[in-house]
Design a protein around this ligand. Sequence first.
Ligand SMILES: NC(=O)c1ccc[n+]([C@@H]2O[C@H](COP(=O)([O-])OP(=O)(O)OC[C@H]3O[C@@H](n4cnc5c(N)ncnc54)[C@H](OP(=O)(O)O)[C@@H]3O)[C@@H](O)[C@H]2O)c1
Length: 256
Amino acid sequence: MTSKDSVASDPVALVVGGSSGMGRVTALRLAQDGFHVVVAARRFALCEEVVAEIHSSGGRATALTIDITEDESVATCFSQIEHQLGRLDAAFNNSGRTLGFSVTTETPLTRLQETLELNLLGTFRCLQHELRLMRAQGRGAIVNNASIAATRGFAGLQDYCAAKSALIGLSKSAALEYAPFGIRINVITPGLIATERYETIRAQPNSPIEARLKDIPVGHAGSMEDIAATVSWLLRPDVSFLTGAVIPIDGGECAK
Ligand SMILES: NC(=O)c1ccc[n+]([C@@H]2O[C@H](COP(=O)([O-])OP(=O)(O)OC[C@H]3O[C@@H](n4cnc5c(N)ncnc54)[C@H](OP(=O)(O)O)[C@@H]3O)[C@@H](O)[C@H]2O)c1
C-alpha cells in the first residue's frame, strides 16, 4: 500500500485493471469525483504512476497489486482494502483483453480456457470479494466491463465473445441476488474505444479500424473519457434505481 490510512474518510472506489487504458482514465475521473481510488493491476509501477497523478491533482488514491487469475492475489488485495482502508463503496471490474484471433476450428482449447480465466473467472473472483465487503456495509455499486463482443459476434474472437457474454449473465444474476441489500451491479459494453492500442493499430497500413469506423453511426471511435464518465455516473449513490442493466457505450453500433 502507498497510503497509511486505516479507515478512509472519503468513499472508496476500486478500479481493477487501473494501470492503463480505460481503467486508468476512469481512476482519474473517480478521484476527481471525490472517491479515494484504489488502483489495482499486475503492473504495480504503473498503478503507482496513476496514484501519483491523482495525488498531484489533490485527490486521494492507493496502489495495490492484483492478478485476477490467481485466487491468493485477489484475496490479498481485498484483505488490504478491508484492513487498511476499512470500506469499499464502489468497484469497476475492468481487467480483460483478447488473447488471440482465429476461427473456431483453429482456436486451441487452452486459449478459450485462458480467455475465460481472465475475462470471466477473474471478474467472478473480484465480484465475490466486493459483494462480501459491500454486503457487510449494506451498500455499494459495481460496474463490470464487458464489450460489444458480449452482445454480437466477431469472427475470429469466439472465445472473447463467449467470455464477455457470460459476464452479462453473471452480472444480471448477481444484481438480482444483491438488490435487496442495497448493492447495484451494472455492465457496460464498450464498442470501439480510442485507447493507446487503437492508435497503434490505426497507424498501420491497411488497418481494419477504418472499415470498422464505417459501422459506427456517430462516425468515430469513443474516447476513454466517455467510458470514465459513464462508469462514474453508474457508481454514484444517487443513481439508486439502476441495477442489472447492460449499458452500450458504442456510438449506436449495437442499435443497428
Ligand atoms: N479497447 C476497446 O476498444 C475495448 C472495447 C470493449 C471492451 N474492452 C474491454 O475494456 C477493458 C479495458 O481494456 P483497455 O482497452 O483499456 O485495455 P488495457 O489498457 O490493456 O487495460 C487492461 C487492464 O487489465 C489489466 N489486466 C490484464 N490482465 C490482468 C490480470 N491477470 N490481473 C489483473 N489485471 C489485469 C491490465 O493491467 P496489468 O497488465 O497491469 O495487470 C490493464 O490495466 C477490458 O476488459 C477489455 O476487454 C475494450
